[in-house]
Each structure stands twice: as C-alpha cells, then as structure tokens.
Design a protein around this ligand. Structure first.
Ligand SMILES: [Ca+2]
Ligand SMILES: [Ca+2]
Ligand SMILES: [Ca+2]
Length: 484
C-alpha cells in the first residue's frame, strides 16, 4: 500500500500513517532529510504510507494538526476514533496525480501526541527551533524624577508563540514578567544612569537577543514647603480675650510634609505655641484650620502669628503676620456724656429740662486703646419699658472733649409731649467683645420735656415789669416838671 491512492469513489479517505518520515522534527541539514527526520513543514514525496480506512472521524487532537497541501490548496485532517490515524480526505478527481505535501504543525503550547501506525507508534512532538525576535520600540516612559521607572515596548514575534519576557536593570535583579508590554521597576533607583534590558522567551524556551535602552534617574532635590497664613492677618487681625479659642487658617504646598508649628507671640511673650502633626497630608494648596485657646495668663497686647512648616527633609518655611492676634480683656472707656439741648455734660440722676419740640443730640467720648471701639449704642425709652437703640456715629473734631473718638446720636424727641421723661444710657463694645455701660447699670441720664412758653412768659413778665417801672418813673418826672 505504499504510495498508493486508491480509486473507486470520488472522494477517497486516506489515512496518513506517520511512520519513519515523521519520527522526529529535530533540526537537521536539508541534505540529511532522506535518512534523518526533517524540519517542519515536512515535504513528503512518496515517503508516507496511505491507507484507505472506513469509520467515523473525530477531531484531530489538541496541539497537533496534520494537513495536506496540494499546490495552494489546504486539505485539513481529522483523526479516527479507533486508531488515532490522521485522515486526509482528498478529492481524487481534482487532485489525481498531484503531489500531496504533508504538514505536521503545532497549534498549541508544547503539545505532543502519540499516534499509532500499526506497530509503529510515533511521538509527534512539534519541535520549535526558532527563537523569538527581541521586543522593539523599548522606551522608558516615566520622568527622570520617578525612582521606580516605567517601560514599555512593542511585543516580540515568534514562529509559534512568545511566552513572555525577562527584564532587568543592569546591576539589579532579573525578573520574569510574563507576556506583557509594560513594566515598572520594583527597585528604587538613586540618581544615576542606567540600562534597561529585555528579552523574549518562546514556548519552546528559546530566548531572543537582548534589547536595551539607556535611561537616567535624576530626581530634583527637595525644596522647602510653601506656606501662607490665610487668617488672621495683619490686615484682618483677630481680636480676642484670654481663655477664648481662636481659629488659625493656613495653606501649604508640600509633597512630603512633616508638621507645622503655630506660634502667637511678641518680643517679650509667647502666648501659645503648638505643633500640628495630624491631618498633614501631602499636596498642593492644602488648607488647614487649627483652633488655639488663649491662656488665661496671656497679657493684653498685639501679637504676631507665625506658622513654620517642616517637610520630611527637615526643610522649613515660616510665614508671619505681624499684629495678627490682639488680646484685649478691658472694656472701653466712656467719658463726657454731653447733651444738647440744654448743652451740658450729663450726670446720672440729674434731670435736665428740654423745651417742647426739640430733638436731643447726645455726644460721648469712647476710647479703647487695645483693640479699638467697635460699636457705641445709645439705648433710650420714654415709657420705662420699651427701649430703643440707636447706633452712635463716630464724629471727628470734638469740640466738647479733650480727646477724639466722639460718638454722636440724636434722640428723636421733638414729637414728645410735655412732661415726657426720657431715660437713656450708652453701651460701648470693643473689637474683642468687652462692653462698658454708662451710667452704671440701673441708672440713666434723664431729660424732662417742658413747655416752650414757660421761658417766653418769664421774659415777657420781665419786659412788662421794666415797662411798668419806666412808666412810673416817667409819671413822676412829669409831675415834678409841672410842679416847677
Ligand atoms: Ca520559536
Ligand atoms: Ca513609576
Ligand atoms: Ca478693650
């Protein structure tokens, strides 16, 4: 049955008995192919046995494919269930007389299949003798500051399949990284020049040549943090009292922050100093707020605020705001409460009379040396139960007191009827929230509305009295004249 294709039907099933010709697929010179196993693909010219078989075909085993090639036409094989024979069905009317090239190819990883050829079992291990190509376009894709550099490349190719890659950085360990096209070094690199090497391995274990690129690590030296005080500032200071809690807000930029020291101080006294380490996260324009409680013993005065930010390289930057925190425990001073009409400095408990139909202007001098006057309020009533508040306006050019800081308000009293009593007192609040009141709590400045004509009548009476005296005198002179 050697070299025989049996005729008799249009399609002849032929079993390829893979015998000596397919013994092995070791790498050998072509000149030895007659007596030595040939390479794949194997060209067969009358060196295989072909047998007509009957029976049901099954799928060829995984990993090995046997097929015929007639001119440019591929004839795929199947495998018989019972015998393990590979079967090529060849249409005789089409291909009679043609040469059938028989191929054995490996279609999976390192597959082998033992097929039986009568008494000649053969091990059909597909042997790969070609190494893969090295990867191309190898590149370092991370910046020089990245001490764990990243690389990528275009995949290698292989006659069968690339299994994966070996990589290393010269002087560092070699890693098997599988079939990927990107890698990050797990080794932290100091500043320097390096070579990255990569080579592929195929499924048969052949290595490609090595592809290499040079790259550098040059991380910039660390710089001090950037820090800025947001609040309080010299422009917008924070007025407070002892034992009160203040909030400090600052902003920083630092990739490796360590801590921040917040200090409220002046040349002679440090009010408070704390080092903030919690929630110090790396980043750009990170805003932090810190609450500080002013100690009870802190003297009044103006204090600077500083924030010193450290990074893990022990580099620091200090931001300062002068006179940003003002501690004031003293109430403002209220002096010279003056009322017009009648135009006099007021005393509590002494009722001054005002004419009907007059508005009353009240002036007062308020000073606060530490934090400054925030608000001055005149509270008045005409019924002893309903108090009304007027914010007194700051005025300059005080003509009634020796110092400045005069505040003025007008009580709308012109509509008040005769016998109305106006009570009022003045409250001053400084910027730290200290308050003062005058007169002392529970007493008031008081005015009483009287009829306007009371005075006019008095003047009239005086004038009438003078007129009467003159008339009497004139009468006496006339009598004297007539007597002469
Ligand atoms: Ca290969
Ligand atoms: Ca990296
Ligand atoms: Ca004060």
């Amino acid at each position: 049955m050697k070299n025989r294709i049996q005729h008799g039907s249009k399609t002849i099933a032929i079993t390829v008995l893979l015998t000596l010709t397919l013994l092995a697929f070791a790498k050998v010179p072509k000149s030895l192919q007659q007596t030595q196993p040939p390479k794949i693909p194997m060209y067969i010219h009358g060196t295989v046995y072909i047998t007509k078989v009957t029976g049901e075909n099954i799928t060829a085993p995984e990993g090995i494919n046997v097929f015929g090639k007639i001119e440019e036409n591929i004839v795929a094989s199947t495998e018989t269930n019972a015998t393990g024979y590979y079967i090529l069905k060849i249409d005789v009317t089409t291909y009679e007389g043609k040469t059938v090239n028989l191929y054995v190819e490996k279609v999976g990883p390192l597959a082998s299949k033992t097929v039986s050829s009568g008494s000649y079992p053969q091990d059909l291990t597909a042997v790969d003798t070609e190494p893969p190509t090295p990867p191309t376009n190898v590149a370092c894709i991370s910046p020089p500051s990245d001490r764990l550099p990243n690389f990528n490349w275009t995949a290698s190719t292989d006659n069968l399949a690339v299994e994966g890659y070996y990589v290393n950085i010269t002087g560092y360990p070699t890693y098997w990284i599988g079939n990927v096209t990107e890698w990050e070094s797990p080794d932290t690199l100091p500043d320097g020049n390096y070579t990255f090497n990569i080579w592929a391995r195929d499924l048969a274990g052949y290595n490609s040549t090595v592809a290499s690129i040079n790259f550098s690590i040059f991380a910039p030296p660390p710089t001090p943090p950037q820090v800025e005080i947001i609040a309080p500032t010299e422009t917008n200071p924070l007025y407070t009292q002892a034992e009160k809690t203040i909030t400090v807000t600052y902003q920083y930029t630092e990739p490796s922050p360590l801590n921040a020291t917040i200090k409220v101080y002046n040349a002679t006294y440090t009010v408070i100093q704390i080092t903030n380490t919690t929630a110090i996260t790396p980043g750009t324009n990170i805003t932090q707020t810190v609450n500080l409680t002013i100690p009870q013993t802190a003297p009044e005065g103006k204090y600077d605020l500083s924030i010193t930010m450290y990074n893990t390289y022990n580099l620091s930057t200090t931001a300062t705001q002068s006179n940003a925190v003002i501690i004031d425990n003293t109430a403002p001073t209220i002096a010279y409460p003056y009322q017009d009409p009648p135009g006099q400095v007021m005393q509590p408990g002494i009722i001054v009379e005002i004419d009907l139909g007059q508005n009353v202007t009240v002036r007062v001098n308020v000073t606060d040396l530490t934090s400054g006057v925030k608000t001055v309020i005149l509270s008045y009533n005409i019924s002893a139960t309903e108090w009304a508040n007027i914010t007194m306006q700051n005025a300059t050019g005080n003509e009634y007191t020796a110092t400045g800081n005069e505040y003025t308000a007008t009580i709308p009293s012109s509509h008040l009827p005769i016998d109305t009593t106006i009570n009022y007192y003045i409250t001053a609040i400084d910027n730290a929230g200290n308050t003062a009141e005058t007169p002392t709590s529970g007493t008031y400045f008081q005015s009483h509305v009287i009829p306007e004509f009371t005075q006019t009548l008095a003047v009239l009476l005086i004038l009438l009295a003078f007129a009467a005296i003159i008339a009497i005198r004139k009468g006496k002179e006339q009598r004297l004249f007539h007597q002469i």
